[in-house]
Design a binder for this molecule. Structure first.
Ligand code: OAD
Length: 244
């Protein structure tokens, strides 16, 4: 794999890098991306119609079951070479922040340390009313499990459409984007705010923007470098090319 010649020395001297990842990074682990067609039982639903407070209010059991299905899918997969390459980059860049929209937890599983999970984590479950986290819950097939403290319905601790992102993580992500020298946007369609605006925040403060994606996105015309292909192939090759 060949890279633009000026990218490699730039990365070698970078001391502050922020990387935003999306569902594409986990695609090679065997997880469908958010906007890919769904399979089997769930093919008739659009994810956007299931990942919302309105959907949960309308049919909590349907939404609970969809997340239970996805939780099992996540448990069955492992990080891929792209996740591990990001671990290697973290070891080599003095200040590295990994900002992810993924709820699968695969970056931490791979060993990344400074990870901001902007959209939550599918393995965490909390009360929809009082926010108490639940470690275990009974799963009868009839109804959504309830909170032991207040009796409210349990839900995944993920951010749904129309909900606010966790404030601390978002603030830290904005700070990392505004102060980095290089910003990576990897495997994300860049259409969901506020995550999508982070690349622009970085660019406006003078950072070099590097995009890695299978296909062009709305960010591509603004990126300084667009590396087209699979993140599980490009990221390890990049680590090798820069740091040997
Ligand atoms: P999307 O499904 O919108 O986009 C996945 C992107 O990854 C696409 O641009 C693909 O071209 C690219 N892609 C697929 N496979 C790839 C690979 N192997 N290597 C590199 N790129 C690849 O997923 P996200 O951008 O993550 O939020 O979606 C953002 C958010 O939209 C999700 O976190 C979710 C949804 O709303 C919430 O649920 C709050």
């Amino acid at each position: 794999m060949t890279f633009p010649p000026d990218l490699l020395p730039l990365l070698l001297r970078t001391s502050k890098l922020a990387a935003l990842t999306g569902a594409g990074v986990s695609q090679e682990s065997g997880l469908r991306t958010f906007r890919d067609a769904q399979s089997g039982l769930w093919a008739q639903y659009k994810p956007e119609d299931l990942a919302s407070p309105q959907a949960f209010a309308r049919d909590p059991k349907l939404v609970w079951d969809w997340y239970a299905w996805r939780r099992e899918a996540v448990k069955a997969v492992r990080p891929n070479a792209g996740h591990y390459a990001l671990v290697e980059i973290e070891k080599r860049i003095p200040q590295f922040t990994l900002i992810t929209q993924n709820v699968d937890g695969l970056h931490r599983f791979a060993g990344s340390k400074n990870v901001l999970e902007l959209h939550g984590n599918i393995q965490r479950v909390r009360c929809s009313e009082c926010y108490t986290f639940a470690e275990t819950w009974g799963d009868d097939s009839e109804s959504v499990p309830k909170c032991e403290v207040c009796g409210g319905l349990l839900r995944p601790d993920v951010v749904w459409f129309g909900e606010a992102l966790p404030r601390d993580s978002l603030e830290a992500a904005v700070e990392a984007a505004r102060t980095c020298e290089v910003f990576f946007s990897v495997g994300t369609s860049g259409v969901v705010q506020p995550a999508a605006s982070l690349a622009y925040a970085a660019r406006n403060r003078g950072a070099v923007v590097v995009e890695i994606n299978l296909e062009p996105t709305p960010l591509t015309p603004k990126a300084d470098f667009f590396l087209q292909g699979k993140s599980g192939e490009i990221l390890p090759a990049l680590v090798k090319a820069v740091w040997g």
